[in-house]
Design a protein around this ligand. Structure first.
Ligand SMILES: [Zn+2]
Length: 101
């Protein structure tokens, strides 16, 4: 299990490569970021340190290549999304209204 420092080094070196077609995980943000990171700088630092720490703990270097994140990472990503919806309600997906005319 790599330490968080080792993971940070990994992410730093990975992010020098092109982002490809991966987007920031903040709902509605379409900034492209490297798959090794959760999101763009602006949104990453809007998350509370507790959640950023949790992402670091559960992130496994290489998961973004193999596309096989562990369950605890997926759960963390979900928790982060819930936190965002809770604290920034404007990011919530708007329900599709269907009119039955
Ligand atoms: Zn973003």
């Amino acid at each position: 299990m790599p330490s968080i420092g080792q993971k940070a080094d990994y992410v730093r070196s990975e992010t020098r490569k092109p982002a490809g077609n991966h987007h920031c995980h903040w709902p509605g943000c379409d900034r492209k970021v490297h798959p090794a990171v959760w999101g763009c700088k602006q949104h990453w630092y809007m998350l509370p340190p507790r959640l950023r720490g949790k992402i670091w703990v559960n992130f496994e270097p290489g998961q973004e290549v193999a596309k096989n994140p562990k369950t605890n990472y997926i759960e963390t990503a979900r928790e982060v999304r819930e936190w965002i919806y809770e604290n920034y309600p404007e990011t919530r997906p708007r329900p599709q209204l269907e009119y039955d005319l």
